[in-house]
Design a protein around this ligand. Structure first.
Ligand code: AMP
Ligand code: ZN
Length: 474
């Protein structure tokens, strides 16, 4: 909001840190651009928790909007069964990417009365009006604070109620050049099918923006600590969230106290998005042999305020970097007499330990505007330094505590691969694996993909590294 770096302060230190993030619209698989944003939020939450701050993380599920309604009807499914299936897929991907589940994950459909109540308050306070068809619009000119987050030209907004064509604005998404009164409640239309709810203004459904204002303040209070989302949500979604929430209670500057907008994941200079079709899902990348942990590493490895260009090479690099970290960690484990399993599992013991050892600079980087690339660089510097030092068994144990804590903040888990012993792999599978690896080396993607599918049919998958691969039972 201030366009300045400010210290992250809690509104009420005695309460958990309230963090609201706009969640997925569940009408298809989330792509890795979406996951870049969700993963950065996960790292922020983990960092706060490693610092000893209790976090209350709320992330909504958008399960009623133009897209979910249209797609469910195209597939002949009820909205509930259609969105439940995509919500489950989203949860599965989140778990594979080692994301912590939010404490509250409210669905828009399950909170319609809450949204209606907020719209009623806006109408009562003169910030919203009912159109002849029974739709309700937010009156932008009624709010002298409107535009403060996106820094819109207030003078231009004073008289504007319709869009540039002179029409009422029924769209949920529009550009800043097309600001106008926006829909809070949409009167029932034939294309909505059975998806409508009763309201004081007749049958209809909520607009998109109102769900986040209603659910964030319901679960976190009128004022909460931080609100997150991709940078595309800054306008109009977050601007509208502020207007709805603050006008409905009549107090300004009360909504989110910090905004955490993450820059986009890009492909060849364009934002990765469903509409451009330039996307990858987690399943696409797993199909190419990359582990979810490598995907996580690649997606968090750029600074949250900078765009990140996605390439398959970045996943090769991530795979190699993870192997390097595992190798260096293994050396420390051997010295400390700790097994990789104990290291990966015993996170509570690590959290009780306050020592950072050689990983202190990595932690400092993370605490400075969530500088993840800086922190990763410092992890490698720490290993280089430790390599030059003679460590006792106790020293190695202390260093491992620091390593465990920084990896826990980044959500990176080591030693997750369960490689099959070569003797357990049937000869036919070994041969297919060899052929596939050769095709991949020759950059013959079509053949490599076909062989991967064949392996999958037989119940096997290949885990690829920069310098080789291993085969694993699915
Ligand atoms: P959606 O499911 O479309 O509502 O988006 C979910 C989240 O992903 C929102 O916070 C978006 O801002 C974010 N998002 C969408 N595309 C990208 C991208 N290419 N890079 C980063 N974040 C994105
Ligand atoms: Zn939202």
């Amino acid at each position: 909001m201030s366009r300045e770096r400010r210290e992250l302060k809690q509104v009420s230190p005695e309460k958990p840190f309230g963090m609201y993030c706009c969640g997925p619209t569940v009408y298809g698989p989330a792509h890795i651009g979406n996951f870049r944003t969700f993963l950065l939020q996960d790292v922020l939450r983990r960092t706060l928790e490693v610092d000893g701050i209790k976090v209350r993380h709320v992330r909504n599920i958008t399960d009623v909007d133009d897209k979910t309604i249209r797609r469910s009807q195209e597939e002949g499914k009820t909205l509930a069964e259609f969105t439940a299936a995509w919500t489950k897929k989203f949860h599965d991907d989140c778990a594979a990417l080692n994301m912590l589940p939010p404490q509250v994950e409210p669905s828009a459909v399950e909170h319609i009365p809450l949204q209606i109540a907020m719209i009623e308050q806006l109408v009562a306070r003169g910030n919203a009006y009912v159109a002849p068809d029974g739709s309700v619009y937010f009156k932008v000119s009624s709010d002298p604070h409107y535009g403060k987050l996106a820094r819109l030209d207030r003078d231009a907004l004073r008289t504007q109620s319709t869009n540039s064509n002179g029409d009422a604005n029924v769209a949920d998404e529009y550009t800043r050049d097309n600001v106008s009164d926006f829909a809070l409640w949409k009167a029932r239309k034939p294309e909505d099918g059975p998806n409508f709810w009763q309201s004081p203004w007749g049958e209809g459904r909520p607009g998109w923006h109102i769900e986040c204002s209603a659910m964030s303040t319901h679960y976190l209070g009128e004022t909460f600590d931080l609100h997150g989302g991709g940078i595309d949500l800054c306008f109009p979604h977050h601007e509208n969230e502020i207007a709805q929430a603050e006008c409905s209670c009549g107090h300004h500057d009360t909504f989110a106290q910090h905004w955490f907008h993450s820059a986009h994941l890009m492909v060849d200079g364009a934002k990765m998005s469903k509409s451009l079709g330039n996307l990858y899902t987690l399943a696409d990348l797993e199909g190419k042999g990359f582990s979810p942990m490598a995907v996580r590493y690649a997606l968090i490895s750029g600074h949250y305020r900078s765009q990140l260009n996605f390439t398959l090479k970045s996943l090769d690099d991530a795979t190699a970097a993870l192997e390097k970290i595992e190798k260096a960690a293994r050396k420390l484990l051997d010295k400390a007499g700790i097994t990789p399993e104990e290291f990966s599992q015993d996170i509570t013991v690590h959290e009780q330990n306050t020592a950072w050892g050689a990983f202190e600079p990595a932690w400092t980087a993370l605490c400075d505007d969530l500088n993840i690339p800086g922190a990763i660089g410092k992890i490698f510097s720490a290993f280089a330094e430790l390599n030059k030092t003679e460590l006792s068994q106790a020293d190695a144990g202390t260093q491992l505590c620091g390593l465990a804590k920084i990896l826990s903040a980044l959500g990176i888990r080591l030693f997750t691969k369960q490689e099959a012993a070569p003797a357990d792999i049937p000869a036919e599978i070994v041969a297919l694996g060899e052929q596939r690896w050769a095709a991949k080396q020759a950059r013959n993607w079509a053949e490599a993909d076909a062989l991967r599918n064949k392996l999958a049919e037989l119940g096997w998958k290949s885990l690829d590294r920069k310098d080789g691969y291993s085969l694993e039972k699915i």
